[in-house]
Design a protein around this ligand. Structure first.
Ligand code: HEM
Ligand code: SF4
Length: 551
């Protein structure tokens, strides 16, 4: 956990009182909706299909129990009793009333959370590996750097009006859980041949209308230089990024059009003039941030406690244990993923009751800490293995122990036509139907790791391009159709999926996905060959044949 200082608290509180005044002026009619728009967006407030929507940042996906209770309170008091966890470590509320927004934000400010920079053409919430600080083999805790970037970017005067929104993601593990290759800037912390810690910097990744995988602009930027280096990138983007065409405004287009070599040259020229200036990081500054992160005092516990051995004889516990538990850097402890993907439920939703209970369980079993991942699940990062059976029973009671993490029903989906004013088609009901089709745990285990990602339009909020199976809602003559891609992935080997064939109507999507999965089961070389690997080996053709032969 990180402890905010007085400056952070002042910024957040002042913003709330400023916004309270702006809302009052909107309500009295002094401000038109048009005039109000940029003010609300600066606080994460969108106007959606049915109501205002509030987006709240969860920097690097770390929450305290106290903060989780505040999120539950807002869901209960100001919304309809639930919130929606997104693919960028944010939470969204869909039904907040304008008049109550300032109170909701003020209640959140008490625990240091807010909606600043969760929208608009600025540096958005910096996201990180959700297992930061606890994953074995990590080079160091990437949240220290996410926090440095957060402080650097908060209310940054020069970068509050970029050509378009700007997203950072950061990891310090070999296995990328933060999707750094599909962010505007992705940072991978690693060590060079001299044993020094620094950053591989990727630039120009992103999804949406024109998807790109990020390109490495520099293999190794030292710790002292990382802020000045990313500032050089931002300056080049701010200067050359297109402002005349919203579809060509993201940095990925600039990098693509200039080519990475030319872009790099521009950046290095800019950097040369300022790398030794005020942004050069001193060790003392880094240490100061590092010292504000608190780590639990772990006990020396058995890595194979009797409680666990006994519980593993229960097949239901074993099924959950197999895919919900990840190794922890401290022996005797585990990272526990909580599935927000119940059979028949909207992916990523949590009720106020669930959030409160999770906050209590985090206090009891995980040193009061909770994580939010980009796959729309939660995690308890420091659970003693001997407590796993008791924790499982408690999680099961509140419906967050579905044994499907990383399996075919662990679906990522945007809100689609159920909430979003930009949508062409529904996403949530497709996800719900698929979770029902693949509800049988034996079938799901047979299929193995398979990620389905769904977006209701080309904006790609559901990351459909990088789903092992991607589903994209498109409109044809006023009806909902869906394009299906296969072979995408969002990890360290990130790739964009390939189109299987013509779009299919709403009521055929689940059948088509079942066909694709069946084709995979028939075609895979051995049970360990993952779906994405089979697609890579075989290409799209055999899947296409299977899907369209009978249609
Ligand atoms: C319902 C309100 C929402 C609206 C109006 C909205 C709008 C948008 C738009 C316009 C873009 C494209 C930006 C561009 O191409 O430059 C976008 C991208 C994105 N949205 Fe949303 N979104 C909404 C909800 C969500 C939700 C619920 C999630 C998570 C489940 C999400 C996650 C993302 C992500 C990850 C991207 C990035 C795609 C990229 O790499 O460019 N959004 N959103
Ligand atoms: S992908 Fe489209 S439909 Fe889905 S939330 Fe984003 S903007 Fe809305």
């Amino acid at each position: 956990m990180y402890a905010y200082d007085e400056l952070d608290r002042t910024i957040v509180n002042e913003r709330v009182s400023e916004f309270r005044d702006q809302v009052a002026r909107r309500l009295s009619g002094e401000l038109t909706e048009d005039e109000f728009k940029s003010l609300r967006l600066m606080n994460g407030v969108y106007l959606q299909l049915h109501a205002y929507m509030l987006r709240i940042a969860i920097p690097y996906g770390t929450l305290s129990s106290k903060q989780m209770r505040a999120l539950a309170h807002v869901a209960r008091k100001y919304d309809r009793g639930y919130g929606h966890f997104t693919t960028r470590q944010n939470i969204q509320y869909n039904w907040i009333k304008l008049a109550e927004l300032p109170d909701a934000l003020s209640d959140l400010a008490e625990v240091g959370i807010h909606g600043m920079q969760t929208s608009g053409n600025c540096i958005r919430n910096v996201t990180a590996d959700q297992w930061a600080g606890v994953a074995p083999g990590e080079v160091e805790d990437p949240r220290i750097w996410a926090e440095i970037l957060r402080q650097y970017s908060t209310l940054h005067p020069e970068f509050s009006f970029l050509p378009r929104k700007f997203k950072f993601a950061i990891t310090a593990s070999e296995h990328d859980r933060a999707a750094i290759k599909v962010h505007d800037i992705g940072l991978r912390i690693h060590k060079n041949a001299q044993g020094e810690t620094g950053f591989e910097v990727l630039v120009g990744g992103g999804l949406g209308r024109t998807p790109f995988i990020g390109k490495t602009i520099n293999e190794f930027v030292g710790q002292r230089d990382i802020l000045s280096y990313v500032e050089a990138i931002l300056r080049v983007y701010n200067q050359y990024g297109r402002r005349d065409n919203i579809y060509k405004a993201r940095i990925k287009i600039l990098v693509h059009e200039l080519g990475i070599e030319k872009f790099k040259q521009e950046v290095e020229e800019e950097w040369a003039q300022m790398r030794d200036g005020a942004l050069a990081l001193q060790d003392a500054e880094i240490e100061d941030i590092r010292s504000r992160f608190f780590y639990p005092k772990y006990d020396n516990l058995s890595d194979t406690p009797d409680e666990l051995k006994k519980a593993l004889q229960n097949p239901n516990f074993e099924a959950w244990y197999k895919n919900s538990i990840a190794p922890h850097k401290q022996p005797g402890y585990a990272i526990v993923t909580l599935s927000l993907k119940p059979v028949g439920g909207p992916p990523g939703d949590a009720t106020a009751e669930q959030m409160d209970e999770i906050a209590d369980l985090a206090e009891k079993y995980s040193f009061g800490e909770i994580r939010v991942g980009h796959e729309q699940n939660l995690a308890l990062p420091h659970v003693a293995k001997r407590d796993l059976p008791a924790l499982w029973r408690a999680l099961d009671k509140i419906g967050v122990a579905t044994p499907n993490v990383n399996l075919v029903s662990d679906i990522i989906a945007c809100p689609g036509l159920d909430y979003c004013s930009l949508a062409n088609a529904r996403s949530i009901p497709i996800a719900q139907e698929l979770t029902r089709r693949f509800a049988n745990p034996d079938t799901a285990n047979l299929i193995g790791r398979l990620h389905i990602n769904i977006s209701g339009c080309i904006n790609a909020c559901g990351h459909h391009h990088v789903g092992h199976i991607g589903i994209l809602g498109v409109e044809k003559n006023g009806e909902e159709f869906y394009q299906i891609t296969i072979g995408g992935r969002a990890d360290e080997n990130a790739a964009l999926g390939h189109l299987v064939g013509p779009a299919v109507p709403y009521d055929q999507v689940a059948d088509v996905i079942e066909d694709i999965v069946e084709a995979y089961l028939a075609l895979r070389q051995r049970p360990q060959e993952l779906f994405v690997d089979a697609v890579k080996r075989l290409g799209v053709e055999p899947f296409k044949e299977r899907v369209y032969a009978t249609r």
